[in-house]
Design a protein around this ligand. Structure first.
Ligand code: ADP
Ligand code: ZN
Length: 218
């Protein structure tokens, strides 16, 4: 099952991806996570990407597409994968299709998590992330038992540098301008599946299993 997850920042793509990836035993490929890892490790890629990320701007297409295309050459993606945060521009989507045409097969479905701007802002500004295991919390919606401490591993919780209000507003604008056209792109291909951004993960499983044959999920 080859999935693309679409929707504004704060739609819950990352959270849903983690669960879907476990359930279907297919890798979760998040360009945001890959870029943040590169920043943390001080790699040249990270140094290049950081200034864009801090402002809520997109990292240049050729950089991000190159990372994804390389990742999709690894053997663990044979059964499928979940692309979270990629593609984010028409150019990225077109280049992904070109690259996939030379591999086994294309995307099976683009799941669009419809989310209001108000919800997205609330989720992003209240988000806290565990420094050790990466689990996501929310100060109101998913608070940890002890403030600032991860329930799962005891790690320290922090706020992503791009989750401040000013950068959040820019990320949402960038989404409107550059990523939203992908909804039309995947609709035209007959691949778009619109779901509510408030869907629980069990409801999402239902949508997916109603759409896919067992062969594609297995
Ligand atoms: P969110 O979806 O919550 O904004 P991500 O973790 O997906 O967060 O992305 C964080 C940042 O990483 C983006 O604001 C952008 O700077 C960069 N980024 C991630 N994916 C892409 C992409 N496909 N193209 C360009 N930049 C990207
Ligand atoms: Zn943790």
């Amino acid at each position: 099952m080859k999935l693309v997850l679409l929707g504004p920042p704060g739609a819950g793509k990352g959270t849903q991806s983690v669960v879907l990836s476990k359930q279907y035993k297919i890798p979760h490929i998040s360009t945001g996570d890959i870029l943040r890892e590169a920043v943390k490790a001080g790699l040249p890629l990270g140094i290049k990407a950081k200034s864009f990320m801090d402002k809520g701007e997109l990292v240049p297409d050729e950089v991000v597409t190159g990372i994804v295309v390389e990742r999709l050459k690894k053997p663990d993606v044979q059964k499928g994968y979940i692309l979270d945060g990629f593609p984010r521009t028409l150019k990225q989507a077109e280049d992904l299709d070109k690259a996939l045409a030379g591999m086994s097969s294309g995307i099976d479905m683009a799941v669009y998590f419809e989310t209001s701007v108000k919800t997205a802002i609330e989720r992003l500004c209240g988000r806290r992330v565990c420094k050790s295991c990466g689990f996501n919390y929310h100060v109101k919606n998913i608070p940890p038992k002890k403030e600032g401490v991860c329930d799962k591993c005891g790690g320290v919780l922090f706020q992503r540098p791009d989750d401040n209000e000013k950068t959040v507003m820019n990320r949402l604008k960038v989404y409107e301008d550059q990523t939203k056209p992908l909804i039309a792109y995947y609709t035209k291909k007959g691949l778009l599946k619109k779901v509510s951004g408030d869907l629980g993960v069990n409801e999402l499983f239902k949508v997916l299993s109603n759409t896919f044959s067992d062969a594609k999920i297995a």
